[in-house]
Design a protein around this ligand. Structure first.
Ligand code: PDD
Length: 284
């Protein structure tokens, strides 16, 4: 499979895409990213992803490589050129290429890279069976609300999960779950309340989280935005995660303890159905 990817103004076969070895994304993880899902060849929650990208760029005082309209055109062009029906589009902006220095360069042009990844999202076998998670210490930096490409700690977390026979890890700080390695974390209490950590600099402000909480409120479900412990999660009726690539995915096991019946729970399944139905309708 050879995709057409976008790199700094050009659409090229993936094997021909080139970035400088001096790019600060490569040298310093000085870059931010977004992942937008594609359903039926359309973009899900595109405006939300662009708003968060603007916020990430602003927080890092990084120049924008293109307007939202230009970015939308590039997304659409990649969908068309790669005949992408279902999957995701990865977008990365870095501060650009400059001789190695801890100080930001004054004149570097930001780098912009986008590529597609085809993947079944709706008929996900993982979502159908639910995932097992382990808990690990949250070793990331303190500004997790900025979607930077510093993903070594989450990668190590996923590797630890795999080594333990699990699918993912929930990160814990001061005894409380922050989020999953690449997703937001939720439990459903035995009285049916959906609990997820409140927004702060400790977690990424998930675009899927915002949509799912909106749909849950519209469906008259009770929501509490507060942190929870692993012990509370293990005793909960259900647990689940949300992200652009997993939508809503049940969690059935935490550190070897079955959550609820140890199978995907009704609240997570219902939210997944609503999210997919509404996203297909609203996709652009
Ligand atoms: N990850 N928390 C973290 C740490 C994440 O990396 C992500 C997304 C989320 C969920 O955000 P959203 O609903 O906007 O996708 C929460 C993407 C999918 C990734 O890194 O591939």
């Amino acid at each position: 499979m050879s995709r057409i990817v976008y790199v700094n103004g050009d659409y090229v076969p993936e094997g021909e895409a080139v970035i400088s070895i001096f790019d600060r994304g490569f040298l310093m993880a000085d870059g931010v990213y977004e992942v937008t899902s594609v359903l039926d060849g359309k973009l899900v929650d595109f405006a939300g992803h662009m708003a968060r990208l603007r916020r990430s760029l602003g927080e890092l005082d990084m120049a924008s490589p293109a307007s939202d309209v230009e970015l939308e055109t590039i997304h659409r062009e990649l969908v068309t050129r790669n005949t992408l029906v279902e999957g995701g589009i990865y977008l990365q902006v870095t501060r650009g290429a400059a001789d190695r220095d801890f100080l930001y360069p004054e004149t570097a042009e930001p780098s912009l890279v986008l590529f597609t990844q085809a993947k079944p999202l709706v008929a996900s076998p993982v979502a159908a069976r639910g995932i097992k998670v382990i808990s690990i210490p949250d070793q990331r930096w303190a500004r997790r609300d900025i979607k930077t490409v510093q993903l070594l700690a989450p990668s190590m977390g996923k590797m630890a999960a795999r080594a333990a026979g699990a699918d993912d890890a929930w990160m814990v700080e001061e005894g409380l779950v922050t989020e999953g390695t690449s997703n937001n974390a939720y439990i459903v209490t035995t009285d049916g309340t959906i609990v997820t950590r409140e927004l702060s600099q400790s977690i990424l402000h998930g675009i899927t989280r915002a949509a799912v909480l909106r749909f849950a409120r519209e469906a008259q479900m009770k929501i509490e935005e507060r942190p929870f412990t692993i012990a509370e999660a293990q005793e909960a009726a259900e647990a689940f995660i949300t992200s652009a690539s997993m939508f809503v995915c049940p969690v059935v096991d935490i550190d070897g303890v079955a959550v609820g019946a140890g199978t995907p729970g009704p609240v997570a399944q219902r939210l997944r159905e609503i999210y997919i139905e509404e996203s297909v309708k609203a996709a652009v």
